[in-house]
Design a protein around this ligand. Structure first.
Ligand SMILES: [Zn+2]
Length: 365
């Protein structure tokens, strides 16, 4: 990715960003910020090891999910040096312990002191205040009431490194922008997560769009089918009821151990007419979410991620077919070149963890 992002873009794509960040900017938890959480601080004294000049700009990003915690060590040039994965242990203590383990394992593997990191970033599926580093309503990871995660992690790491926290989809869209093969780096990009639910992270004009109530990108609860399927949000016909992994599971229950979307697309490819109909309905719904994102935000890229994206190219092909079907009857939509804007999240790069690392070293505001 090109590092020559136009001026003013706070999401700096990595290559040239080697200067250490301010260790205690506003909203960043470190030892001199009073931890709100009672998690005890690591009694280990501050690491006296001076940063290795060759490692300045390295950061760890941690992507917290409902079943696993995936971390990546990012070098100054933005490449992933190593990853580490641990199971999710729900609750504040489990979350802090998991992040600490990931940071300590990744740094130890490289002979790197924790204090040598430019930062640690954590992406969490919940409502996150990036200024205070507080997380709430992170139901899938057992954190419902406000919890000062950044301060607790900073304390657990002995106050040796700045820690920043971000919503997981916001971290993912930052990571996705980092991995899209575009020059210059994209400033308008959506990361559309197709998992248990459907939601998007938004990077607009090079800045994260969090929203006034931190609900920006909740496209899963826009109505796609009037009077359609009942949704947990209380509405009917939401995008999420048709374009999520859960929707695929409901329409095509997997019986052979494979993920339902993989089984569905395989059956459709084999010519099963019912599978073809279910696949096309699903792809139509995903295409609807893409259309919504482009028409509301004019994002240049919509990156498909989440569990369903594991289907790979057949998913992308099916969505593009549906977009082409729509644009065939609308010169306006055709002019927007919707199909060209859709991509798959890279399989070999953990975009959520990479984005969290970029958050961690202060490249996101
Ligand atoms: Zn809904």
């Amino acid at each position: 990715m090109d590092a020559t992002t136009p001026g003013g873009n706070p999401v700096v794509p990595t290559h040239a960003r080697t200067a250490p960040v301010d260790p205690t900017p506003t909203g960043v938890a470190s030892a001199d910020v009073r931890p709100v959480d009672p998690t005890p601080a690591d009694p280990t004294p501050a690491d006296p090891t001076p940063p290795d000049p060759g490692r300045v700009g390295w950061a760890v990003g941690v992507d917290v999910g409902g079943t696993k915690v995936l971390a990546a060590l990012l070098a100054a040039d933005g490449t992933v040096v190593a990853t580490h994965r641990v199971p999710t242990v729900p609750g504040p203590d489990g979350l802090v312990a998991a992040v600490r383990t990931c940071v300590e394992v990744l740094t130890a593997e490289q002979g790197l002191a924790v204090a040598a990191l430019s930062g640690v970033g954590v992406g969490v599926p919940g409502v996150v205040d990036p200024v205070t580093g507080t997380v709430e309503h992170a139901v899938n990871v057992g954190v419902e009431r406000p919890f000062a995660l950044a301060a607790a992690v900073a304390a657990a790491l002995g106050g040796r490194v700045p820690v920043r926290v971000e919503n997981d989809l916001n971290a993912a869209v930052v990571g996705a922008a980092h991995t899209v093969d575009a020059h210059p780096a994209p400033r308008d990009l959506a990361f559309l997560a197709l998992g248990t639910g459907v939601a998007a992270g938004l990077l607009l004009d090079g800045t994260l769009r969090r929203g006034a109530r931190r609900a920006a990108g909740e496209v899963g609860h826009l109505t796609l089918v009037p009077d359609g399927l009942a949704c947990g949000c209380g509405q009917r016909g939401c995008v999420e009821q048709y374009a999520s992994g859960s929707a695929v599971q409901a329409a095509w229950p997997a019986t052979d151990g494979r993920p339902a979307p993989v089984a569905l697309f395989a059956a459709a490819a084999a010519g099963d007419p019912h599978a073809v109909a279910v696949r096309d309905r699903f792809a139509w719904a995903v295409a609807g979410a893409v259309r919504i994102l482009v028409l509301t935000c004019d994002v240049d890229h919509v990156v498909l991620g989440g569990g369903v994206s594991g289907v790979g190219e057949p998913l992308l092909d099916a969505v593009r077919v549906e977009l082409a079907r729509e644009t065939a009857v609308s010169p306006f939509l055709a002019s927007l070149r919707l199909a060209e804007r859709v991509h798959l999240a890279p399989r070999d790069v953990p975009v959520g963890a990479v984005g969290a690392a970029l958050v961690g070293r202060g490249e996101v505001v």
